[in-house]
Design a protein around this ligand. Structure first.
Ligand code: FA5
Length: 342
């Protein structure tokens, strides 16, 4: 028995010296201490040992087992530390400023259109502003001449938080803060995500983007409004597009208009995107109501201004021929990554 023990010890020491990875240590553990491992098998041999020598033989096997366990644990720990060190060294040697080799991502169509419209308005002297997504009722409604219980609130049902705040239903919610921030004269656009509690279809989403614009000065009229709208649309589409202006009611403008664009998906013939009408509501606008100017700290006796609320998501649909608005929030990379900057 002693000779067998010594031979196993020598084999183990030799195998241990050759172990180089955590996997090697695992294999050794199975080979010597596993169910059919060489040390484990020794215990089964005990039944053939003389009864008078059984106790001593058992102790010798136990000692060998403890020795093997200890050496394996120490070796495995040393190996783990070496592997960790190697990974750290590799990470340190990696140049994170190196240009990516993998395929690069692409900009979302709404981002592309947003940037294009921003560039157009910036070239005409407009400031680009950012605003919150969670606002209070005053910002979303009251400051815009929509008192509590006004039926216009029904048109823009949105999502309310427990604390009474809400997810802004239109970018007009930023008008008050921006008027207060800059005063008059003022030219600003402010894109943003809007939310509405409404059923979705080919042209309606519950989460979509608008871009608001306001221009306030001493002598602003509807002609200025029409000029800026036409300039923006012809630059975005790189051609004349058919638009129509019709009266529209919004409590925060007087007079108010609906600016529709001839549907570019069907060429005006009628399709599900334009609900068979040939036209798509794109950019309501109008002259800012005196009450809204007053709420924004601007004297309506001295200043007038126009405001518009461009449907940025719908503009992206028209520009890129996207038939269903839901594609834009779908995360479908195949559909969304095919558009590139101009
Ligand atoms: C408004 O939101 C007004 N705040 C716009 C405005 C601003 C009027 C300044 C006057 C002066 P409306 O609810 O119509 O209006 O929305 C404006 C545009 O946002 C629509 O023409 C449309 O292009 C887009 N829009 C509205 N609801 C949705 C929706 N559920 N999904 C996608 N786009 C939408």
């Amino acid at each position: 028995m002693e000779r067998t023990l010594e031979s196993i010890r020598q084999d183990f020491d030799r195998d241990l010296a050759n172990a180089a990875s955590s996997a090697d240590y695992e294999q050794l553990k199975v080979a010597y201490l596993g169910k059919k491992g060489r040390v484990t098998e020794l215990f089964k041999e005990l039944k053939n040992v003389e009864p008078s020598q059984k106790k001593e033989a058992g102790q010798l096997i136990n000692t060998l087992r403890a020795e093997v366990e200890e050496k394996l644990a120490a070796g495995a720990e040393k190996c783990r530390q070496a592997e960790e060190e190697r990974l750290v060294n590799e990470a340190e040697a990696y140049d994170f400023t190196r240009p990516a080799e993998a395929e690069q991502g692409s900009l979302h169509p709404i981002t592309l259109v947003q940037r294009e419209v921003e560039e157009i308005f910036a070239s005409m002297g407009f400031t680009i502003e950012d605003y919150l997504e969670v606002v209070d009722e005053y910002k979303n409604f009251e400051s815009l001449n929509i008192p509590k219980h006004h039926p216009a609130r029904d048109m823009q049902d949105t999502y309310y938080l427990d604390n009474g705040q809400l997810l802004k239903s239109h970018t007009s919610a930023a008008q008050n803060a921006i008027m207060r921030k800059y005063g008059a004269p003022l030219r600003a656009i402010f894109p943003g995500r809007c939310f509405r509690n409404e059923a979705t279809d080919a042209s309606h989403e519950n989460t979509f983007f608008q871009m608001e614009g306001i221009m306030i000065d001493t002598d602003i009229s509807i002609s200025n409004l029409i000029y800026f709208m036409k300039t923006m649309l012809s630059e975005v589409f790189h051609r004349e597009v058919k638009v129509r202006l019709r009266p529209g009611f919004f409590p925060f403008v007087e007079p108010g208009f609906e600016l529709d664009i001839s549907c570019l998906i069907c060429g005006g013939d009628g399709c599900p995107t334009c609900k068979q009408s040939g036209w798509l509501e794109l950019c309501p606008c109008g002259m800012i109501h005196p009450n809204v100017l007053t709420a924004g700290g601007i004297d309506p006796e001295k200043y007038t201004g126009f405001a518009f609320g461009l449907g940025l998501t719908r503009l992206a649909m028209m520009k890129y021929g996207i038939k269903d608005i839901r594609t834009l929030n779908s995360g479908n990379l195949k559909a969304l990554s095919q558009f590139t900057a101009r």
